[in-house]
Ligand binder design. Structure first.
Ligand code: ARG
Length: 464
């Protein structure tokens, strides 16, 4: 960051230069330079419209285009010199443009303010980020489907209260996350339509006296529509808050998943192994292999949740219209996008590196009387009221517990002590396979239902 001491853009109005500390405090160029290419894109559309509406000359337009093309090349080559004295990305680019092309550069800001300019840049940035994130969600979903389709017959315990509840397939469990991610992508798409509206033309806050054509700018930038109130256009950041809320939910889903991966990988459970490249060792305990990646995903969820609160808090006290508070929207927003992007990338890769241990899952499903509900349902189908069946099975479970065996290990004659309705077809019902197969409806864990869900999943991904 060099210090090009120059007249400030607004120096005509001021008696003394801004204090060094204040300059540092108010500058945003260190972080908002991330918006540079979107700023150029917006400026080109604006200049084009100004020329089209005869607000600037054709020659000015071509000078601006030439200058901005060079600036873009300098930025992409990492050669652009950002100056703290020029406060933010907008003034840095505008100043360089004027240096390159003279007066035409000074005409670019006609009918525009940094207030509508920055709101436009952030929307362009976020729209682009959303498109990439939706794609990354899709890649994670496809990794889940890939893994799930090998495991419709891999049985594990399903839990409630983290107690063994009923047997399910590993594929069914994975598909729960597929569903969450499907809604997450929907939320991003939905939010995109509100991001994708054009603030330019609102100028500082009240609109502009030049005969501009906002529709033309909206169309050239690919915005669906224009923001219909100039005060609202420059001041609200609800679209960024909405996005961050959607991002926090995605992180929350992945945090839950991470919690499970960590648990499943614990030697006490041993359902899975995560590939070594996602784990680290301990500097003191040679035997350790730690699931750092899922732990960090869980940790970084707190960070994104924090950004959501930061943005909400940033907005809540602001009177209309633009206030400098809004400059603080960028770092939380950028960090949310970066964190989520990295998390989704790493997750898709991690899922492909999961090693499943079906024997450990099966052994766990055989503990804890996971088919007790199946026995109760069996009795109900033979005519016993559900509450009575529940009671009979509870007694059978207690009996099995005392003998240290599973329900399926109890001899038929002994089972019949709990209900005379029981006959030898019960053993199929008490098997893990029988239990899964019986939950044969949409959303159930029966292997054929889960296979159908996976097929629908592939179909869904191919259409988006
Ligand atoms: N850097 C500023 C921001 O990010 C640009 C807008 C400045 N507008 C102003 N009236 N000071 O919000």
């Amino acid at each position: 960051m060099t210090s090009i001491q120059d007249k400030n853009t607004w120096s005509g109005r001021f008696n003394e230069p801004v204090a060094e500390l204040v300059k540092r405090y108010t500058a945003s160029v260190s972080f908002d330079q991330k918006l540079a290419l979107f700023d150029i894109q917006g400026s080109l559309a604006h200049a084009n419209m100004l020329s089209h509406c005869d607000i600037i000359a054709t020659q000015d337009l071509s000078d601006i285009q030439r200058g901005l093309a060079q600036i873009q090349a300098e930025i992409l080559a990492g050669e652009f010199v950002w100056s703290l004295d020029l406060e933010d990305v907008h003034l840095n680019i505008e100043k360089r443009l004027t240096t390159l092309v003279g007066d035409a550069g000074k005409r670019l800001h006609t009918g525009r303010s940094r207030n509508d300019q920055v709101a436009t840049d952030v929307r362009l940035y976020l729209r682009d980020a959303i498109d990439q994130l939706v794609q990354l969600i899709k890649e994670l979903q496809s990794a889940l489907l890939d893994l799930a389709q090998h495991h419709t017959l891999t049985i594990m315990p399903g839990f409630t209260h983290l107690q063994v509840a009923q047997p399910i397939s590993f594929a069914h469990h994975l598909m729960a996350y597929f569903e969450m991610l499907k809604r997450d992508a929907e939320r991003l798409q939905d939010c995109r339509s509100r991001v994708n509206r054009l603030p330019l033309g609102a100028a500082a806050l009240a609109g502009t006296s030049y005969p501009i054509n906002r529709q033309m700018v909206a169309e050239s930038l690919g915005f669906e529509t224009v923001c219909e109130n100039s005060l609202d256009a420059v001041s609200d950041r609800d679209f960024a808050i909405e996005f961050t809320a959607a991002a926090a939910l995605i992180m929350t889903h992945l945090s839950r998943f991470s919690e499970e991966l960590i648990l499943w990988m614990s030697p006490m459970v041993g359902f899975i192994d995560i590939a070594d490249r996602f784990c680290t060792g301990s500097s003191i305990m040679p035997q350790k292999k730690n699931p750092d990646v899922p732990e960090l995903v869980r940790g970084k969820t707190g960070r994104v949740n924090g950004h959501l609160i930061a943005l909400l808090t940033l907005m809540k006290g602001q009177p209309l219209a633009y206030n400098k508070d809004n400059q603080e929207d960028k770092e939380p927003l950028f960090d949310t996008v970066d964190t989520l992007t990295q998390t989704l990338r790493i997750y898709a890769d991690m899922i492909t590196g999961i090693k499943v241990k079906p024997e450990a899952m099966r052994a766990a499903a055989l503990q804890g009387y996971a088919t007790a509900t199946d026995l109760a349902d069996y009795l109900v189908k033979k005519g016993l009221p559900f509450r009575d069946a529940h009671e009979a099975v509870a007694l059978a479970v207690r009996y099995a517990e005392q003998r240290g065996c599973d329900l399926a290990d109890i001899a038929l004659a002994d089972l019949q002590n709990f209900s005379a309705l029981i006959s030898d077809d019960i053993y199929q019902v008490l098997s893990l396979e029988g239990s899964l197969a019986s939950r044969d409806h949409i959303g159930g864990t029966a292997p054929k239902q889960v296979a159908a869900a996976i097929a629908r999943g592939w179909d869904y991904l191919s259409k988006r």
